[in-house]
Design a binder for this molecule. Structure first.
Ligand SMILES: Nc1nc2c(c(=O)[nH]1)N(C=O)[C@@H](CNc1ccc(C(=O)N[C@@H](CCC(=O)O)C(=O)O)cc1)CN2
Ligand SMILES: Nc1ncnc2c1ncn2[C@@H]1O[C@H](COP(=O)(O)OP(=O)(O)OP(=O)(O)O)[C@@H](O)[C@H]1O
Length: 214
């Protein structure tokens, strides 16, 4: 790769205001989709190395992550490591009959999987419908949240469905809650993102290049 391309990837994308969120989202999704297989593999490895070092992750007994699509940074190499440590792994599932809310469903080697309406693999309805396979989000120790964009202040942007914001709205009240860590490729960093009133703040953001703690 020429050095100029590398610099372009490591520099936060300058944002003009007012922000046109849909077009910014489209541009950031395009950026991650165009990464090569090798860039994807290296980024995933770097991300997972960083995550494995975090005390919050090392202490956790229950963690949710996601199965990547459309060039999202891949956290799944963590699954084997977590299983060896006897950590339970959960995946987001589109909750039926509840607009844009997620269930957190346990993911085991034999969990039946189907593609949801966005083409993302998730535990099948007959499995997710059984309450003992789910965990309320407050019962997770760590939630790994996929990001489309982020800035150095820890502001985030997701796919635009408000799935995570709705599912995590309970964290505004007192009580147990997961440690929230957003993950993304470094090319998804922008100079600033305006926080929205409904945004739930993350405790940290980890990319293949750095960690931002809030
Ligand atoms: N890997 C992964 N799983 C995840 C999420 C995610 O961001 N990444 N989610 C995080 O929220 C939830 C799914 N949210 C999504 C929200 C919008 C679109 C999406 O592609 N929207 C299309 C329009 C969609 C259509 O109706 O087909 C688009 O914006 O072009 C996909 C997933 C749960 N699972
Ligand atoms: N707690 C909530 N209750 C009701 N609507 C919400 C809530 N949180 C977010 N929304 C709505 O969801 C929509 C999408 O929000 P936004 O564009 O910030 O999504 P996002 O943060 O990119 O998505 P995600 O949370 O899935 O990562 C907005 O119209 C917003 O009003």
């Amino acid at each position: 790769m020429p050095p100029s391309a590398d610099i372009a990837l490591s520099t936060p994308l300058p944002i003009s205001s007012p922000i046109d969120k849909p077009s910014l989202r489209r541009e950031l999704r395009r950026r991650r989709r165009t990464l090569s297989r090798r860039q994807q593999r290296d980024a995933s490895r770097r991300l997972c190395q960083r995550l494995k070092k975090l005390p919050e992750v090392r202490r956790a007994r229950r963690i949710s992550l996601y199965l990547p699509v459309g060039g999202e940074i891949d956290p799944t190499p963590l699954i084997g490591w977590l299983r060896r440590r006897n950590v339970s792994v959960y995946l987001p599932v589109l909750r039926p009959f509840a607009d844009n809310h997620l269930w957190l469903v346990e993911y085991r080697p034999d969990t039946p999987m189907i593609k949801n309406r966005f083409g993302i693999l998730e535990p099948a309805p007959r499995y997710s419908a059984q309450r003992h396979n789910r965990l309320p989000a407050w019962g997770l120790d760590v939630m790994i949240v996929p990001l489309v964009g982020f800035d150095a202040q820890g502001n985030r942007m997701g796919m635009g469905g408000g799935f995570y914001d709705r599912t995590l709205a309970f964290t505004r009240r007192r009580g147990p809650r997961p440690w929230l860590v957003g993950v993304a490729h470094s090319c998804q960093e922008v100079t600033h993102l305006p926080p929205e009133p409904w945004d739930i703040s993350l405790q940290a953001i980890v990319s293949d290049r750095r960690i931002i703690r809030s």
